[in-house]
Ligand binder design. Structure first.
Ligand code: F1P
Length: 346
């Protein structure tokens, strides 16, 4: 994250700069709509960005699976701008989605980790995440870095559009600068999370629930568990639970709530009550100092407080650790999960 942010705040002028956006930045500022295309974890980063861009830039955002987008005949109008997100920069579906959007006249921004990768080369402008090489196949630190860069882009656009006050911008930038130390704190939860992993390592299913900015985090937590532990897991918006997944809950079902202190806190407390009433086993990720949700949970993991729009960068960490420990305890190869490739190039 430090690398992502380095040099992004011009110390002379105090202005935000992202060199890779070049002359195209005004396309984003004047965009009528942003279409984000990506796959897997990168798609989840895109979902977080949807919340962030809509809140601070007031630009409508659509987040598309590149693997679907490329095979339909999407409507792209003048004024639409595409952002493609990819860790490897080589994902075939994302590349094909970019080519399709380009053929319809769209301007494409890339958010890639691998410098000089195919996606980085084919986009008009963009920014690298500089997360360093992902050793394992499953994306982890790339996700945090993608969120950092996407937030930076959104803040630059919001600043230029005037949809964010100077005070709010300053507040978010200060919070962003503090994220690395908060991530470090979250990593120290390791031993606590090992205990949770030990308890649930033989579970056959997991449910992950979150609201608002933590909804994509729920999806990402479930994906990490599937990818490296081979346990069936579903991520869902907590508010959607009553429209179906609630039927799955019984005394065997671990339910991970990403329930940090934010504007939907009270609502998620009711969702936890609904799960408890059906004897589901509640594991909650909460903000440090929360004294209500821990009383309702079998296990509680506390993460440092942070602005809700930035929370995904912190609340994802315990979920990654949980998947990691469960995978190791089940004897799975965390770096090279079965059936998965680092770059899905077909
Ligand atoms: C997309 C992705 C990863 C996932 C796995 C397969 O890759 O779905 O999120 O962890 O490696 O590919 P990318 O386009 O972000 O490189």
């Amino acid at each position: 994250i430090k690398d992502c942010m380095r040099g992004r705040l011009d110390s002379q002028t105090g202005r935000l700069v992202l060199g890779g956006l070049r002359e195209y930045v005004n396309k984003l500022v004047n965009a009528d709509r942003i279409i984000i295309v990506a796959c897997g974890t990168s798609w989840h980063a895109g979902l977080v960005a949807e919340y962030f861009f809509e809140e601070f830039c007031r630009i409508p955002v659509e987040v598309e699976y590149a693997s679907e987008f490329r095979y339909r005949n999407p409507i792209i109008r003048e004024g639409d701008v595409v952002i493609a997100i990819s860790q490897s920069g080589e994902t075939a579906d994302t590349l094909a989605a970019i080519e399709l959007a380009k053929s319809k006249g769209a301007i494409i921004f890339g958010v890639c980790n691998v410098v000089g990768s195919s996606i980085a080369r084919t986009t008009h402008a963009g920014a690298y995440t500089h997360a360093g090489p992902e050793i394992g196949v499953a994306s982890t630190k790339a996700f945090t870095a993608q969120l950092t860069v996407l937030n930076m882009i959104a803040l630059i656009v919001a600043n230029k559009k005037g949809t964010i006050t100077e005070q709010k911008l300053h507040e978010l930038l200060v919070e962003m600068e503090n994220i690395p130390s908060k991530v470090e704190k979250a990593l120290q939860l390791n031993e606590q999370i090992q205990v949770v992993a030990e308890t649930f390592k033989d579970a056959r299913n997991f449910l992950y629930l979150g609201r608002g900015y933590n909804f994509p985090v729920a999806l990402e937590g479930a994906l990490k568990l599937k990818e490296i532990s081979y346990i069936h897991a579903e991520g869902y918006p907590a508010a959607e639970m009553k429209h179906g997944p609630i039927a799955l809950i019984d005394e065997e079902m671990p339910v991970v709530f990403i329930a940090t202190k934010d504007s939907s806190y009270e609502k998620i407390v009711s969702n936890i009550q609904e799960v408890k009433a059906r004897k589901g086993r509640v594991i909650s990720i909460v903000t440090e100092g929360d004294d209500l949700i821990p009383k309702m949970s079998e296990f509680t993991i506390e993460v440092p407080a942070v602005h809700e729009a930035l929370m995904p960068m912190v609340s994802t960490i315990p979920l990654q650790l949980l998947s990691y420990h469960i995978a190791v305890m089940r004897g799975c190869n965390v770096d090279q999960p079965r059936n998965l490739a680092k770059s899905v190039t077909v």
